[in-house]
Every structure is written in structure tokens, then in C-alpha cells.
Design a binder for this molecule. Sequence first.
Ligand code: ZN
Ligand code: ZN
Length: 338
Amino acid sequence: MKSVYLKEPNDIKIKQIDKPVFKEGYALIRIKSFGICGSDIGAFRGVNPIVSYPRIIGHELAGIVEEIGENQAGLKKGDRVVIDPYLWCGKCYPCSLGRTNCCETLKCLGVHVDGGMTEYLLHPAHMLVPLSESIPWELAPLSEPLTISIHGIHRANVKAGQRIAINGAGTIGLLAALASMAYGAEPILVDPVEERLNNARKLGVKHTVCIPAQNAAERIREITNGRMAEVVMEASGSNQAIRSCLDMVSYAGKIVLTGWPKNETTLPTNIITTKELDVLGGRNSKNEFGEALELIDSGKVNVRAVLSKLINIDDVPDAVRELSEYPERYLKIVALTD
Ligand SMILES: [Zn+2]
Ligand SMILES: [Zn+2]
């Protein structure tokens, strides 16, 4: 079968490998579609220190159950599913709390272990989520980044009527803005790329701030009548943006850090004390695929808006090279296996 294979950084190709063999407790999935994620690009560029090589990449996956044991997660051969790609141990302290997304030995597909940019994938049966017929294959993989966005929203306990300022209008930030509107909150999206913000406004995001031409804190002060944003979500990974969260957030507010900075950020922690902020991490997702699929299916979150391009698996190596060179060119590229 075909796989998208990273021999080492900057060396990507389609490689023929053996189809996995079914084993009990697992399901053999015929992969139908997958998304290319920023973390796949990071793996390609060799800038993500937790990726080991060689590696088959891909963790935004949807497919059809080809083989599964009896009484496994209520699924049977022929069922459509999306893959929950974060493998957790079930024994460590965070797992004991049900916070499996920050398992001490978490293994993410395509990062720590081989991923699913393949024609077939063997995956634990309990890590599959049923996918309704009404969600087309090209949209199903977008449920994965949407779970990351809604996990951030859940961490900050976003409520109707709150203003949520979001740093970064890439896939995660834009989906967080759309999902927060489904929660009745009012997003304020901050990004340096005007085109992304125009796109967001077309999707109903009322407030956008184009930095550095506009001052984010000043604009948020106007929009919120001086209060500032009750919640700030950091979805860019930029050190400057992380620092700016402290100026964008209200007193008694919450900051959720979802982006992955490459370098350490220096912060004036006296602002955290003065405003008595809750500063939260937001990593991966846990049991949030069901809600993400529901938001997609009901049309409350228009994930098609982040789908920039649809390609075939054979074109993925070229697409990864292009995304690596021009990250601003697309939001999400999804590939079909046939
Ligand atoms: Zn992803
Ligand atoms: Zn664990």
C-alpha cells in the first residue's frame, strides 16, 4: 500500500509498504481522507524535536472499518469513522484524572509513532469515532483540528456573551472563532494577514484586528468598552503574541495557550498577579470528537471554510514541500486516497 514517508527531514516521498495485519482489540481501517497539519510540516522541516525518523506522517484521518473484532466500540465492518490519534497509557496521573490528552507518555500518530497518511491503518478499536453519512470524506479530517479548538474553549470555560480574543487566524484560530460563536461568545480575531481576516469576516466573525498596523489591546479596549477580553486564546505560537495576551485579557480573565512556540517567552508575571489571571495550557483534545462532528454536521461550524485545496495522496509530497515554503498560501489541504 501507499504511504507518505519521511525518511529524514526534507526527504518526503510516496513509499510502498506492507498493509498492516489485523489484531484483536484493534480495527483495520481503509483510510479515505486525511488532512495535512502544521505539525506534519514541522516534521518535514525537522523543527519539531519530538518527531523521530523515519516516520509516516498524518493524524487527521477518516476511513472505513475493514476488519474489527466482535463487540468493539459498537462498530462493524463497513462503518465510517474518524480516528482519535492521541494514544494514551491509562496508568499515569493525568490519565487517572481522565485528562488523557496530556498523558505523560502520550504518543501522537505521525509524531511519536507512524501516522495514517496510508491506504490502511491499524488503530485501537476504542479510539474510533463513528462518522455520519452526512459528513463528506473531504470534511471529516477537519474534525481533528476542530477538537483542538474546542478543547481550548472548554479549558477556558467560554460562556455565551463573553468576548474571546484569539491570536492567530490559521486553522486552529479560525475554527476556534467559529466554534466560540456556536457557544454564543463573541470572537475578536487577531492576525497579521489581512486576507485571512477578510475570510473570517465573510464567515461572520464581526471583530478582526490586523497587527501590527492596528494595536490589538487598543482595539479590544474599544470593542469591550474598556473591560478587555474575558478569555484570550493563543493559537499562533509567536512569542510576541503570547506576551500580548497579558495586555488583551480582562482582570479576572483567562488565557489559554494552544500554540506551540519554538523559543522561550519572557513574561511580566506581575500582570498575572495584578489581574489575577488563570493561565491555562490547551493541548490536543480528549473525548471531543463527538462534539466536533456534531458541530460540523449541524452546520454550526462551517469547516469547509478552512478547506483550501483537495488533492490525491500521490500529490501529498509536493503539497508538503509547497506548504513548507509558503505556509500562508493555504489553510487546510485535504487528500483523498482514491
Ligand atoms: Zn493536526
Ligand atoms: Zn497516561
